[in-house]
Structure formats: structure tokens, C-alpha cells
Design a protein around this ligand. Structure first.
Ligand code: RIB
Ligand code: CA
Length: 313
């Protein structure tokens, strides 16, 4: 059993990562979930997180984090995830309790109060995580590693060199990569291979309630991805959770990775020093391959498990 904290900006793929983590409660103990402005505004991604947690009747602490990045301003776009940030399903807006504290303070309290070290899972811009590490340096001793969806050592998606989560807040990402903590990086190098096919999406349609919710999420997300040239749908954020569950289905290499925080064409680029004699410590495990079929199988099994649990609740 590993204690984890999920920081996210739901987001279709964030939602599927959260559901998969909840389904695997025998392996992952979710101390709490925090939201960060990213795919959409903080208010919208927090509403989406509430809806997902309400839907599966979860009982997990939820806290709102920062509205936007450390330095620049957030510029949400409807392009990938729609106007709500998680278009597709309709939720009957069952409210879900929200912690009164800001996520950074809440994360600190929860992580310091557990006996074990916590794995922080970052599925959006890393603003909350960076603020936690800078505001409370003593928390470093209570963090095992940071597993992120972010970056890409060969290409980007929001610019040719930068991936969205890193691009939104490169200063925060620079703080995280240079924190001294081990980083598990599920960047585009692996997440664009971690895709679900249209027929696999259709197979979810007439199963249980949670599987059908995943169908509605992925049906919208697949149609949205077609504008960017995708036929199948990369479930980016799910990689950062699935690595914790089944590391054996992934492949990768250790590198020193840092983030370009300068303005200009390479802002937000995650640079990996691939030289074998790099004088910098190899701070990051960069995931580069995944067994796609097994990756999808983990998701489908998780959804089926939640289908069965929801029936008995
Ligand atoms: O680039 C993919 C990342 O951006 C994912 O975390 C997705 O949810 C969006 O936030
Ligand atoms: Ca995300």
C-alpha cells in the first residue's frame, strides 16, 4: 500500500487516472486530491473533480489550489477538453465537500501527518507542488518521489518543444525537477503511445455506470483529438498512475532533466542530458515505452471493479 496525493486539472485524462487510482485502493491510498488551474479555470476543474468523486461516491479529501502559474497568467483553452474542461458526460451536480484550506497547506498537513512517505502525483501544471516544496522544505523528507504527467524529451504538444503542463508553469516545473526528489516523468514520449482505440472506447458503452461514464469522456476526447491528428486517444495522465500500479509494462531511462524557463521558442522545454558522462545527477526516470494492450487492460479492469462496487453501494 502506497500513500499518494493527486494534484490535477480535470481534464478527461485526469478523471480516468483518478478513477483508476480509486479502483486500486488496495495498492494506492489516496490521502487527498487537489486541483490546479490548467485545462480550464480553477473553478471549472474543481467542479469536474467534485463531479467525478461524487459519481463514484468517493470519500477522499478535496482541496482547491492555485488559480494559475507562478509567474505568467493562465490562458485556458476549450480546444482539447471543451468549455467545461470535461465536456461529454452530464453530471447531476451532486455537491462534494471541499476543504476550507488552500491545497498547499492541506497537502502539507496531510503528508506530514502520515507515518509513511507519500508519492505526489502531478497531472497538471506543477504550481501547487512547487509551492508546497518551497513553502515547507521539511516536507521533502516525507515525500518518496513525484510521479508526473508532463514534458517530453523529444517533442511538445502546445509548442513544438513544450508539453502543456510544463508550458503553463515552467518555473514551477524547474523547482520540482531540481528539488532533489526522484522524478518519474510520463512525458509525451510514452503517453502518446498509451492510447485507447475507438473500438476499445465503444466496448465501454453498454457496460456498468462507471464504464459508461468513461465511454462518454473518451467519446468526446476522441472526437476532440481528431482536430490534432489523433485517430486513437492518448490517455496521458493515466500513465503517471499506472506506472505506480504496473511499472513492468513501461520502459524508460534515467537522465538529468531540467526545464527551460526563458521566454522564447523553447520556453517549457524539458531538456534531458542523454550523455553518459553527465556531471549532473540523473534526477528523472523518463518513461519512453509502454505495452499498450496491458495499459488499456488496467483501465478497463479498474472501471469494471468500480461498476461492481457502485452496484453494491
Ligand atoms: O499534455 C497533456 C496534459 O495536458 C494532460 O495532463 C492533460 O490533462 C492536459 O492537462
Ligand atoms: Ca491533466
Amino acid at each position: 500500500m502506497r500513500d499518494i496525493w493527486i494534484d490535477c486539472d480535470p481534464g478527461h485524462d485526469d478523471a480516468l487516472a483518478i478513477l483508476t487510482a480509486i479502483a486500486n485502493k488496495d495498492k494506492l491510498n489516496i490521502l487527498g486530491i487537489s486541483t490546479i488551474g490548467g485545462n480550464q479555470t480553477l473553478e471549472k476543474v474543481t467542479t469536474n473533480a467534485k463531479n467525478i468523486l461524487s459519481f463514484v461516491r468517493a470519500d477522499i479529501p478535496l482541496a482547491m489550489g492555485q488559480k494559475g502559474p507562478l509567474v505568467k497568467c493562465l490562458e485556458p483553452s476549450d480546444e482539447a477538453h471543451g468549455e467545461s474542461g470535461m465536456d461529454g458526460p452530464y453530471f447531476d451536480h451532486g455537491d462534494y465537500p471541499l476543504a476550507s484550506k488552500n491545497a498547499v497547506n492541506f497537502m502539507y498537513e496531510k503528508i506530514m501527518s502520515t507515518e509513511n512517505k507519500t508519492i505526489i502525483v502531478g497531472l497538471g501544471p506543477l504550481t501547487n507542488v512547487a509551492l508546497l516544496l518551497k513553502s515547507y522544505p521539511e516536507v521533502l523528507d516525507k515525500i518518496d518521489c513525484i510521479s508526473i504527467m508532463g514534458g517530453g524529451i523529444n517533442h511538445g504538444n502546445i509548442t513544438s518543444l513544450a508539453e502543456f503542463n510544463i508550458y503553463v508553469d515552467p518555473e514551477a516545473a524547474h523547482i520540482v525537477f531540481n528539488s532533489g526528489l526522484p522524478i518519474l516523468m510520463a512525458g509525451l514520449d510514452v503517453t502518446e503511445k498509451a492510447e485507447i482505440t475507438v473500438s476499445e472506447i465503444e466496448s465501454l458503452k453498454n457496460k456498468g455506470k462507471v464504464s459508461h461514464l468513461a465511454y462518454e469522456l473518451l467519446h468526446f476526447y476522441n472526437k476532440s483529438g481528431q482536430q490534432f491528428g489523433f485517430i486513437n486517444s492518448p490517455i496521458h495522465d493515466l500513465c503517471a498512475i499506472e506506472y505506480l500500479l504496473k511499472p513492468e509494462i513501461f520502459g524508460g531511462n534515467h537522465y538529468y532533466v531540467d526545464v527551460n524557463t526563458n521566454d522564447g521558442v523553447s520556453r517549457g522545454h524539458t531538456f534531458a542530458d542523454k550523455r553518459l558522462v553527465s556531471e549532473k545527477g540523473k534526477n528523472t526516470l523518463v518513461l519512453e515505452t509502454v505495452n499498450r494492450e496491458k495499459f488499456v487492460e488496467v483501465l478497463i479492469n479498474a472501471l469494471e471493479k468500480l461498476d461492481n462496487e457502485l452496484v453494491s453501494k
